[in-house]
Design a protein around this ligand. Structure first.
Ligand code: ZN
Ligand code: FE
Length: 257
């Protein structure tokens, strides 16, 4: 399996997954047409499938034009997004199996950012859309804090540490500034913040990260850690909360950070 990272629009990421044995390819989140089309042409990949993590316009902006070029492509999304993703012709649910040539994967339904948000686990690569970001997570537009908490801490966090995390936006630097604010004593956060600052100064991309690094540095996966519980109590809720209360407070704090 080969994964090509395709920066799109302002700070979106689309991804091209290519089966190196058969040349068959899939796009995750067709954010913008031209960057995707150029990459597909360049690699000579045969685009067969488009996987959508969710219905937001910044993630499907290139879908219509892509279907104009590749009218036979199958378009997948969560069943509940059928009417919100134009051109979607295949429905997925939690646990659905997917295949790109000889590469196989499976679908995780992770509501929170939107009600139909999906993550795609393809071999050791997890495509998270706007559910999990480098050092952060997506805003709660259609889901409850509990849904997002469960998706992140009850599902994604349990995958192996070496799982590569391919997220939907380049928000890592901003996220780590927040992580450093809520957990100033975390050296792994300070280190990653420094590295990311240098990377961004050089114009480098921060995707993919990996789950182990997120365990160590992403406050939204660390809601039971003492430092965070204490800091959220001091800065926000006034008393130590359970992990869900901490998550809820963190997400609200981040909205206005
Ligand atoms: Zn979104
Ligand atoms: Fe987005």
């Amino acid at each position: 399996m080969k994964i090509v990272i395709i920066p799109c629009s302002f700070d979106n990421y689309s991804y091209l997954i290519i089966c190196e044995k058969t040349g068959e390819a899939a796009v995750v989140d067709p954010a913008e047409f031209y960057p995707l089309f150029r990459e597909i042409e360049k690699t000579g990949a045969r685009l067969q499938t488009i996987y959508c993590t969710h219905h937001h316009a910044d993630h499907i902006g290139g879908l219509e034009d892509l279907l104009g070029e590749f009218p036979g492509a199958a378009v997948y999304g969560h069943g509940s997004d059928q009417r919100r993703i134009p051109g979607m012709n295949h429905s997925l649910a939690d646990g659905s199996k997917i295949r790109i040539g000889t590469v196989t994967g499976q679908v995780m339904h992770t509501p929170g950012h939107t009600s139909g948000s999906l993550c795609y686990l393809v071999e050791d690569a997890l495509f998270t859309g706007d559910t999990l970001f480098g050092g952060g997570c997506g805003r709660l537009f259609e889901g409850s804090p509990k849904q997002m908490y469960d998706a992140l801490n009850g599902r994604i966090k349990l995958l192996p540490g070496q799982t590569r995390v391919y997220f939907g936006h380049e928000y890592t630097l901003q996220n780590l500034k927040f992580a450093n604010f809520v957990e100033p004593g975390n050296e792994a956060v300070a280190r990653r913040l420094h590295q990311t600052t240098v990377q961004r100064d050089l114009g480098q991309l921060t995707t993919p990260s990996n789950l182990e690094l997120e365990w160590q540095t992403n406050p939204f996966l660390r809601c039971a850690e003492e430092g965070i519980v204490r800091s959220v109590a001091e800065k926000f809720i006034g008393e130590a909360g359970d992990p869900l209360a901490v998550f809820t407070a963190l997400r609200r704090l981040k909205d206005s950070f």
